[in-house]
Ligand binder design. Structure first.
Ligand SMILES: *[C@@H]1O[C@H](CO)[C@@H](O)[C@H](O)[C@H]1NC(C)=O
Ligand SMILES: *[C@@H]1O[C@H](CO)[C@@H](O)[C@H](O)[C@H]1NC(C)=O
Ligand SMILES: *[C@@H]1O[C@H](CO)[C@@H](O)[C@H](O)[C@H]1NC(C)=O
Ligand SMILES: *[C@@H]1O[C@H](CO)[C@@H](O)[C@H](O)[C@H]1NC(C)=O
Ligand SMILES: [Zn+2]
Length: 737
C-alpha cells in the first residue's frame, strides 16, 4: 500500500509532541548556556484522525528493544532494518515478506511518527472481563442537606451512565466510615470503621472479611443466598469482594435506594466546632478495599468532599473553628501544625494506590479549603482528576462530573487506565525526569541523567489514570563529549515514546511515537528553532515546581508574577498547579494569559488587547481565562438586545453577531475539563467584574469575600503580560548563545 498523506493542522500534529528547542544543542557546554531547558511536552494518547491502529504486535530491535519506526533504514532485498538508536541490523520476520518500497507496513509510513498497536488476544488469566473498570465512590456526608442532595443526584445520574459491566462500590463517611454491601437489596450490611485511627490495608481486608489468609469470612448463614456463589467478577479478588463491588447493572437499584435513605452525618457537632470529618481514613479504607482486586485492574476512587478533614490521619486543621485553615503565610512560617503530617499521609496513600495501579479523583465543593494542597501528591502521582467548585449544585461540578462517565461520544474524556510510559533516546541524550501526572518506576538505564527534575531516576513511569488530553513535560540533558561516534557523526537525534495503556473500551494498547530532530549547528541555528509558546509554558511549570520544592525560591526573578501565590489559598494554588502541569500547551497558555476576542459589525472576530480600551459600546468581547469564559456585551449591544432587535427579520446581522460568541464559548467549554464557569454579562452590569478583573491588572480583587470562593476566577488574576514574559524569555535564549 502506498503511504497516505498526513493532514497537519495543530502544532502537536500526530506526534502529540512539542519542544522548547527544535534543534538541540550538541554538547554539554552548549546546553549549559541555554537558560531555557531542553524539554518536550507530550500528550501520550492524543487522539488523531490519521492515527493508524495496527492489530498485531510491534517488531522490536533485538539489542535495545526500540520499536520499528519510519526512521529505520530498510533494505528491502536483504529484508533488514537498521535501528536508529543503536544501529543494530534486524531481520524482518517471515510475515513481513511481502513488504517493499511501494508496499510499506503502516509502521514505516513516512510522516506518520505515531502508530498504535492493539495488543491481540489480551485475555486475563483471571475470570475477569478486562473492560470492566471499577468506580469506587466515596461520599462525605458532613454537609448541609441541600449540598448532600446535589451530590446524591449527580451520583445517581452517573450510575445511570456507566456501562453495564462497570464495577461499582460505595463508601460514605462523616466521623466514621461506612462500607456498604451492594450485593443484597434487602438486609444490606454496613461495615463501620472508626475515623480517628489509621488502618492498614490488611486490617481493612480482615474487617471486611476479604483477607485471603484465613481471616474472618462471612459464613453461609450470614446472608440468604450468600455472595459466594459463582465466579467472582473482580480480577484476582479475595473471597466475597462481590459483596462490595458489583456490575452497575446489578447494583443500580440497591445503590439508588441506599442513596435515597442516606442522610447527613448525625454525629453531634459541639458549638464553635467543625464537623468531625475523617476523609483520610475513608480513603485508606477505599484503597484497602480495592487492594482485593488484581493490581493494574482499572479502578478509580471518586471522592466527593465538602470540607476539611478534621478527624484522624490526613487532618488538615483542628476541629476548633477559631483555628483557621492554614494559609501560605502559615506554611512559609512553618506555622501549619497539621501540614507535613497530612502530606506524608497522602503521599503514602498515593504510593499504595500506584502499587495497585489505581487512581484518586477528588471533587471538592466548599467555601473554605478542603485540603487539596495536602492531597495533591496522591492525585498527581496516580493521574487523578480534581475539580474545585463552590457547590455540588454548580455547573462547574455537575457538568465536569458527568464528563467522567461519558464513554465514546464527543465529550468523552477518553479515560484510560494502567498506563506506562517508556522513553528511548539517542546515545548522548539523558532524561532528567517528568513534571506531570505520573510516578517514576525507578527503572535505571544508560539514558538516566544524574540530575533529577520531578519524577526522575528512571526511563519508565506509571500513569494509573490518563486521558486523551493528559500532558507530561519531559526534561532532557545532553552528555555528548563530542568524541567521535563509531557510526560516524549523525546530524539527527531520535526519541521514542512507548505508552501502553488500557483504553476506555477495555482494550490493551501500545502507542509508539518516534520523533527525530536535528542537532543544532552553532548558536544561530539553536536560536532559530526556539518555540516561545512551549518555552513559556514549560518555564511556568518548572518555576511552579521549584516554588514547591525549593525553599525561598524567588519566582519573580523568572518574571513569573503570574504564578504568585499571593492572595491565593494553598488549595487554590495546588489546584492551579495540578492543572497547569497536566494540561495541553494551548490550554496552559490560557491559564497564564487569558485570551480576548472582539466581535463587531464591521469586522471579523479577532483577538483584542487585554486592556480596558478593548471595551466598546458596539462590540461583544469573549474572554477565556481557563477557569471561566465570559461573554461581555457592550452597552449599545445590550440595549438593542433588550429591545429585541435580533428578532426582527431585517436585523439578521445583529442576531448573528449575538450568536457568534455564544457558539464560540460552547466550543471552548465542550473541550475543557474541568468545565469552566460561563458568565454572560453586560457592560456596567454586576457580573462585568469577571472581565474587568482580567483587563486591568491594578484592579485585582482584595475583597476577602471573593477570595473565599474557590473556582471564582478572581483568584487567578495575573499581573504579567505574556508578551512581556515571552520577550524576556527570548532575550534569555539569545543571551545564552
Ligand atoms: C466483556 O465486556 C464486553 C463489553 O461490555 C462484552 O461485550 C463482553 O461480552 C464481555 N465478555 C465477557 C467474557 O463477559
Ligand atoms: C498493567 O500494565 C502492565 C505494564 O504495561 C502490564 O504488564 C499489566 O499486564 C497490566 N495489567 C492489567 C491488569 O491490565
Ligand atoms: C530502550 O528502552 C529499553 C526498555 O526501557 C531499554 O532496555 C534500552 O536500554 C533502551 N535503549 C536505548 C538505546 O535507550
Ligand atoms: C536517585 O537515585 C539515587 C541512587 O540510585 C538516589 O540516591 C537518589 O536519592 C534518587 N533521587 C531521587 C530524586 O529519587
Ligand atoms: Zn536498537
Amino acid at each position: 500500500m502506498a503511504a497516505p498523506e498526513l493532514a497537519q493542522t495543530e502544532p502537536e500534529g500526530i506526534e502529540g509532541v512539542r519542544m522548547t528547542w527544535l534543534n538541540w544543542p550538541r554538547s554539554k557546554v552548549e546546553a549549559s548556556k541555554c537558560v531555557i531547558p531542553i524539554a518536550t511536552s507530550i500528550q501520550p494518547i492524543r487522539p488523531h484522525v490519521d492515527l493508524q491502529i495496527l492489530p498485531y504486535a510491534p517488531l522490536r530491535c533485538k539489542t535495545c528493544s526500540a520499536v520499528l519506526n519510519p526512521f529505520c533504514r530498510v533494505d528491502f532485498t536483504a529484508m533488514i532494518w537498521i535501528c536508529p538508536f543503536c544501529f543494530q541490523r534486524n531481520h524482518f520476520p517471515q510475515h513481513y515478506n511481502s513488504i517493499s518500497q511501494t508496499n510499506l507496513p503502516a509502521e514505516l509510513y513516512p510522516n506518520f511518527p505515531s502508530v498504535e498497536y492493539l495488543i491481540p488476544n489480551y485475555q486475563n488469566s483471571q475470570n475477569f472481563n478486562q473492560s470492566s473498570p471499577i468506580y469506587l465512590f466515596i461520599l462525605d456526608t458532613c454537609m448541609i442537606e441541600e449540598e448532600l442532595e446535589f451530590a446524591k443526584s449527580s451520583l445517581k445520574r452517573a450510575l445511570g451512565m456507566l456501562p453495564e459491566n462497570a464495577m461499582v462500590g460505595f463508601i460514605s463517611y462523616g466521623t466514621q466510615v461506612q462500607v456498604h454491601e451492594l450485593g443484597f437489596s434487602e438486609m444490606s450490611k454496613v461495615y463501620v470503621f472508626r475515623g480517628s485511627k489509621d488502618i492498614s490495608k490488611d486490617q481493612v481486608l480482615e474487617q471486611l472479611g476479604l483477607s485471603v489468609s484465613g481471616g474472618r469470612r462471612p459464613g453461609p448463614g450470614m446472608h440468604k443466598g450468600g455472595g459466594g456463589g459463582g465466579p467472582s467478577p473482580v480480577a484476582g479478588a479475595g473471597p466475597g469482594i462481590n459483596r462490595f463491588l458489583l456490575p452497575a447493572s446489578e447494583c443500580e437499584y440497591t445503590l439508588d435506594s441506599l442513596l435515597d435513605e442516606l442522610s447527613t452525618d448525625q454525629w453531634p457537632i459541639a458549638p464553635g466546632n467543625r464537623a468531625l470529618r475523617c476523609t483520610g481514613v475513608a480513603l485508606s479504607v477505599g484503597s484497602g478495599l480495592l487492594s482485593a482486586s488484581m493490581a493494574g485492574t482499572g479502578a478509580r476512587i471518586i471522592l466527593l468532599v465538602g470540607g476539611p478533614c478534621t478527624e484522624g490521619p490526613g487532618s488538615i486543621v483542628s476541629k476548633d473553628l477559631s483555628d483557621p485553615v492554614r494559609s501560605h503565610k502559615d506554611l512559609d512560617k512553618d506555622a501549619a501544625p497539621f501540614f507535613k503530617k497530612a502530606v506524608h499521609f497522602y503521599d503514602e496513600l498515593g504510593k499504595q494506590l500506584v502499587n495497585q495501579g489505581h487512581v484518586l479523583d477528588v471533587f471538592a465543593s466548599a467555601l473554605d479549603q478542603v485540603g487539596i494542597a495536602e492531597m495533591k501528591v496522591a492525585i498527581e502521582k496516580t493521574g487523578g482528576l480534581v475539580v474545585l467548585s463552590e457547590s455540588f449544585g454548580h455547573s462547574v461540578f455537575k457538568d465536569s462530573f458527568k464528563r467522567i462517565f461519558e464513554v465514546g461520544g464527543e465529550q468523552s474524556l477518553g479515560l484510560a487506565f494502567n498506563g506506562t510510559l517508556e522513553i528511548n533516546c539517542s546515545k548522548d541524550i539523558k532524561v532528567q525526569g517528568i513534571i506531570g501526572p505520573c510516578t517514576s518506576l525507578e527503572k535505571k538505564g544508560p539514558s538516566v541523567a544524574s540530575t533529577v527534575i520531578g519524577q526522575g531516576n528512571t526511563t519508565a513511569w506509571k500513569m494509573c489514570g490518563l486521558d486523551k488530553s493528559t500532558c507530561l513535560t519531559i526534561f532532557f540533558d545532553v552528555s555528548s563529549s563530542e568524541k567521535s561516534d563509531p557510526a560516524g557523526p549523525s546530524s539527527q537525534l531520535y526519541l521514542q515514546f512507548l505508552t501502553s495503556y488500557q483504553s476506555s473500551d477495555g482494550q490493551m494498547r501500545l502507542r509508539v511515537t518516534t520523533v527525530t530532530r536535528r542537532w543544532a549547528v552553532g548558536s544561530e541555528d539553536l536560536v532559530q528553532g526556539f518555540d516561545q509558546e512551549v518555552a513559556a509554558v514549560i518555564m511556568a511549570r518548572l518555576a511552579s515546581y521549584k516554588m514547591e520544592m525549593e525553599e525561598g525560591f524567588d519566582a519573580t526573578r523568572w518574571s513569573y508574577d503570574a504564578l504568585s501565590v499571593f492572595n491565593n489559598s494553598p488549595d487554590e494554588t495546588a489546584y492551579f498547579r495540578i492543572l497547569l502541569n497536566r494540561e495541553t500547551i494551548s490550554n496552559a497558555v490560557v491559564m497564564i494569559q487569558p485570551s480576548l476576542i472582539s466581535y463587531g459589525f464591521d469586522s471579523l472576530p479577532g483577538p483584542a488587547l487585554l486592556d480596558v480600551q478593548s471595551i466598546a459600546a458596539d462590540r461583544i468581547l469573549l474572554l477565556d481565562s481557563y477557569f471561566s469564559v465570559v461573554i461581555f456585551h457592550g452597552m449599545t449591544i445590550a440595549q438593542w438586545r433588550n429591545m429585541g432587535y435580533q428578532n426582527q427579520p431585517e436585523n439578521q446581522g445583529f442576531a448573528m453577531l449575538l450568536q457568534a460568541p455564544q457558539e464560540d464559548s460552547q466550543l471552548i467549554i465542550r473541550d475543557r475539563f474541568p468545565v469552566p464557569r460561563l458568565v454572560v454579562c453586560d457592560q456596567h452590569g454586576s457580573q462585568a467584574r469577571f472581565l474587568l478583573a482580567k483587563l486591568n491588572p491594578s484592579a485585582t480583587y482584595s475583597n476577602a469575600q471573593d477570595m473565599m470562593h474557590p473556582g471564582s476566577d478572581v483568584i487567578f488574576t495575573d499581573d504579567v503580560s505574556l508578551q512581556v514574559f515571552i520577550e524576556h524569555l527570548q532575550r534569555l535564549a539569545v543571551q545564552a548563545s
